[in-house]
Write a protein that binds this ligand. Sequence first.
Ligand code: ADP
Length: 581
Amino acid sequence: MAEPITKAWSSERLAVRLTLLFLAMATVLIGLTGVYWIQVLEPRLHADAQVNAGVLAQSHALTLADAVSEADTVRGRQRLLETMDEVLLLTDPNTDTPFILGLRLNVDYDVVRATPGTLDIQRGRTNCDACFVTRIPLYAENTRELLGVATFYSSNAFFERLKEDVRTKLFIGSGILLFALLLVWAAVAGLVRQIRTSERAAAAATRAKSEFLANMSHEIRTPMTAILGTVRLLRDTRLDEQQRDYLGTVDSSGEALLSILDDILDISKVEAGKLTLEMTNFDIETLIHGIVRLMDGRAREKGLALSYRIDEAVPACLHGDPARIRQVLLNLVGNAIKFTDVGQINIAVRPVDVPRQGRADLEFTVTDTGPGIPAEEQAQLFEQFTQADASTARKYGGSGLGLAICKRLTEAMGGSIFVDSTPKEGSTFGIKLPFTIVQQETCPEAGEPTIPETITPLRVLLADDNDINRRVTKSLLSRDGHSVTEATNGREVMEAIQDQDFDVVLMDLHMPEVDGLEAAERIRTLPELAKARVPILALTANIMRQERERCARAGMDGFVVKPFHPDTLYREIEKLRAKGD
Ligand code: ADP
């Protein structure tokens, strides 16, 4: 399963989050205002208005009590009417409506309608449902005798107006707050838009850079195929010692150039978020052993001993990306060999702590007896284009990218990288990685197919539009006894396949007329089964993962990156033959 290594930070997500946050804040603000109004402010206003109405009623109760206590006489009755007229005529100064609508005395009358000037005492009911009602007992001043209970109906107009007033202010306040919130949101959204635009521009630039690098890689690899292939052919001719030495230099320089090219491509892929992890089950011993086998020759050339030790507690079979771990370790071991002149290099694998619940954190270290690195330079080693000291590049070469790539890859796998070094004693570079432990049976069989001592001659159809590359590859294959038929485009491939049988087709992808992918698709649909099933190996200078996937979709069986070592080509052919048997 492939997983993208870097997840680009998305401003789209930020914009959506901001908008949601704004909506949430607006909803909360409106909700809180509503709740505050209904639960707190309105009841409080109502209670205050009621208290006011009570106080007002009370202030009239005494005068009324006086008047009521003398109501038996004609004069007294007159006075009562005047008092009530006065009480009833208290009007709201703003609305001109009676403030006290009426009063009811259980002695004589029920409800008195307030009609200014013409107080008409009659029995009836007030229809003022919304009025504040205050009941006050009336006592005679001297005898304290209960004269009756007056019911005051106070207008709610004042309360309604106050309520209206406060509500309006509250709405205006909330509106201003919402507007301010909207302004902030608009400003932030504008910023996010700007970020998005620059992000898009940056992504386009990164894409352009990746494409440029992929194209350059393709352009450089194509002539390199011819150069390295010719060098290998030349080596098999009769040469004197000096010529052989010169050829060796051309060969190793070519290889160095390719590895720099790979490094630059890798780092640009990580930056563009295009590098993917390919998780699979793998055998740790096979992985480490393979690294040692590959690097042992180089170590020996310098008189160094290369060894490895895997702790007994390390689980044999793990789930991870062995290709990327291998890439990191090869880099570390390569550096150790490059910088060490005497002594030994050891690779060690051990658990960081006891593996539990199907998971294991492992530490891989590469220890050398080289020059070591001063403490002050150690921190920058994992930055791009950094070398411990400036003379390094001159003496040992290198681009300063290796450790930066190791760091990015290790982090992408969820781990960390570290260095521990003492000048003049040596260095230990290490990585810590988390793994899932898997059953031994689920690990693939150890080892790659080896190249047989005697190579079975094969009938090879070689399709490549580049004359020089085709000639070099043909010579390499013919040297080992294979018979090679050439084709320069997909159309010629189809013609050759119709005419003869082949054991394998080596197909360049970029060819005029009919390209390699289309030719492969056409071969797979041939009516004659033996021809339709011929193994097809893609030859390409493009090492991007998408290219590999396109090959697989077109029905190709394998993939060899140009320039290739003859051994790689044979190994791939052997793999295909082993699959076919
Ligand atoms: P380069 O391609 O230059 O080797 P790296 O990123 O792999 O780039 O290494 C960066 C620098 O770290 C090297 O140039 C070297 O100075 C220092 N370095 C790396 N590995 C070792 C080592 N094993 N011993 C001493 N110095 C090392």
